[in-house]
Write a protein that binds this ligand. Structure first.
Ligand code: PEP
Ligand code: MG
Length: 575
């Protein structure tokens, strides 16, 4: 039977392929039969994993740091309680016996059942505890399997595979860079979640917030993913399939045509030059940035080097990664953002440090200042790499003068330690700050005084201004770049930065949204940084822009607080 599911399209284009389902739990689990004679042994293996998980939690409980928040102990107790519940610690053993399946599979089956029960709960607090169940199950699975999560390779590599998941973390999506999927769709997620951002950087059509896709879609079913309109068509009939094959060809043709703009300078109709930079997550992304003629790297999200691993990369490994990007882009500038771990980009210490509100917790520069040794290694690595190209340092999530002072102080320390070791680095390396917390936007002079450049992180600026969790699909409809408060803050930062003689870029998703290009130009923006796949479409829009008109309409938009009028002015601007 054919049917459609609607979600939020986060990366445009059309994919046609077979569904490949990912289980709820974070670990991809094998399923195999076991002989009757091995049932007891398999049950023992399961018991042993439960004991290991319990011992791990008990060890954590014994070493609670003095300054840990009171919730931390409660969180550990909750996990111990979940682990002790017979639905998790006993029922899977019954499944091993009746289904003669391996322990991992039995546990996964039971978890799916449990999670479905959670989904039906009316009480929001209890529903939320689903996450804890998943974390406990993962702990047991890890004990059973002894390895971290991997995203499985597409089962039918000869045809397009579409990954259907309940949720994916940024750490999962980064694994896609190894296995090519034609697209992915998820039940959860917001428009500017890092998962969505990665989908854009991979240039594959993707949809989030589909709610029940993983339940409704079966393995191997034929799917059409229309990432532009946020629609999944399951089991399309022949006519629909033919229509979408045609649309897919047209989309690809458009992309091909855009390539002609590669060597064209980005400038508005009156000849005003605009700088278009690329956002990257891993050193190998440089290739795509170059292929789309980026004028530099405006944002290297260095934290992605730190995901999916047990040990953090040391100074030397980081140095190699940064040097690789610096030399590949030289003489063009490369902006390395210092670690922005935390919130949805979890790090290995995250489970030990419970954060009730991770986006407002120990994230980005706050985490780096709390872990000065880790930060010192990164600063040294960046400085060392600066000798091989044109590097710039960008500090995320600054909100106070104190954080800025401490950061600059640690940078001086890193410089001094390199001097003592006789290692060369660029003494003039520019240091910039991300303006993505409203407090920073509203006290801009604190930052313009001591920094060389600014980059507006609109993804977080919107999240924090509107109090909307960017990863939460239930409030995704409220995430609005056109909210008057957001427009005012963006305009203020551009104006204030320029007035202080400091270059200002936007590196959030607004910079890669063609609908908003003219608005940003009208607000005075001259530097954009975005995922490379978007660069040429934005350039095309810039080439067709009358800057005078865009400026005039933008200032009218700043004076309006009526959402409908704002939309109609935007439409007029884009006509
Ligand atoms: C932003 O917040 O807009 C930004 C560019 O940083 P990130 O999306 O990595 O938080
Ligand atoms: Mg940010």
């Amino acid at each position: 039977m054919s049917f459609t599911i609607h979600g939020i399209g986060v990366s445009g284009g059309i994919a046609i392929g077979r569904a490949h389902l990912l289980t709820h739990t974070q670990l991809e689990v094998e399923h195999y039969d076991i002989a009757e004679a091995d049932v007891e042994q398999e049950k023992e293996r399961f018991d042993h994993a439960i004991l290991t998980a319990r011992a791990e939690l008990a060890a954590l409980a014994e070493h609670i740091p003095e300054n840990a928040p009171p919730e931390f102990e409660g969180f550990l107790n909750l996990h111990l309680m979940i682990l002790g519940d017979s639905t998790l610690s006993e029922t899977p053993k019954a499944l091993i016996e009746t289904q003669r399946c391996n322990a991992e599979w039995a546990l996964t089956q039971q978890t799916e059942e449990l999670l479905a029960q959670f989904d039906r709960m009316e009480d929001a607090y209890l529903r939320e505890r689903k996450v804890d169940v998943m974390q406990v199950v993962e702990r047991v699975l890890k004990a059973l399997m002894g390895k971290p999560r991997t995203i499985p390779a597409p089962r039918h590599p000869e045809e397009d595979s579409i990954l259907v998941a309940h949720d994916l973390s940024p750490a999962d999506v980064i694994l896609f860079k190894q296995h090519r999927f034609a697209s992915f769709v998820t039940d959860l997620g917001g428009v500017t979640s890092h998962t969505a951002i990665l989908a854009r950087s991979l240039g594959i059509p993707s949809i989030v917030a589909l709610h029940h896709a993983r339940q409704l879609i079966h393995e191997n079913e034929l799917l059409i993913v229309d990432g532009t309109n946020g629609v999944v068509i399951v089991n399309p009939d022949a006519n629909v399939l033919a229509e979408f094959h045609l649309r897919q060809e047209q989309w690809q043709l458009e992309r091909e045509k855009l390539k002609r703009l590669k060597t064209t300078r980005a400038a508005t109709l009156d000849g005003t030059r605009i700088e278009l930079h690329a956002n990257i997550e891993l050193p190998e992304d440089v290739e795509q940035a170059r292929a789309n003629a980026a004028a530099g790297i405006g944002l290297f999200r260095s934290e992605f080097l730190f995901l999916n691993r047990d040990e953090f990369p040391g100074e030397d490994e980081q140095f190699e990664a940064y040097r690789r990007v610096a030399t590949a882009m030289a003489p063009l500038p490369v902006t390395i953002r210092t670690l922005d771990l935390g919130a949805d980009k979890t790090w290995k210490g995250a489970t030990e440090r419970f954060s009730p509100n991770p986006a407002l917790g120990l994230r980005a520069i706050r985490l780096c200042l709390a872990e000065p040794r880790m930060f010192h290694a990164q600063l040294r690595a960046i400085l060392r790499a600066s000798h091989y190209g044109k590097l710039r340092i960008l500090v995320p999530m600054l909100s106070t003068a104190h954080e800025l002072n401490q950061t600059l102080h640690l940078l001086d320390e890193a410089r001094r330690s390199l001097d003592a070791d006789g290692i060369a680095y660029d003494r003039e390396i520019p240091v910039g700050g991300m303006i993505e917390v409203p407090a920073a936007a509203l006290s801009l002079a604190t930052f313009t005084r001591r920094l060389d450049f600014l980059s507006i992180g609109t993804n977080d600026l919107i999240q924090y201004t509107l109090a909307i969790d960017r990863t939460d699909d239930s409030v995704a409809h409220l995430y609005d770049p056109l909210h008057p408060a957001v427009l005012e803050l963006v305009a203020q930062v551009i104006r204030g930065g320029h007035k202080a003689g400091k270059p200002v870029a936007v590196c959030g998703e607004m910079a890669g949204d063609v609908r908003l290009t003219r608005l940003l130009l009208g607000l005075g923006l001259r530097q954009f940084s975005m995922h490379p796949a978007q660069l040429l479409s934005i350039k095309q829009q810039i080439l067709r822009t009358d800057l005078g008109e865009a400026t005039q309409i933008a200032s009218r938009m700043l004076r309006s607080d009526d959402p409908e009028r704002l939309l109609s002015l935007l439409e007029r601007m884009n006509a």
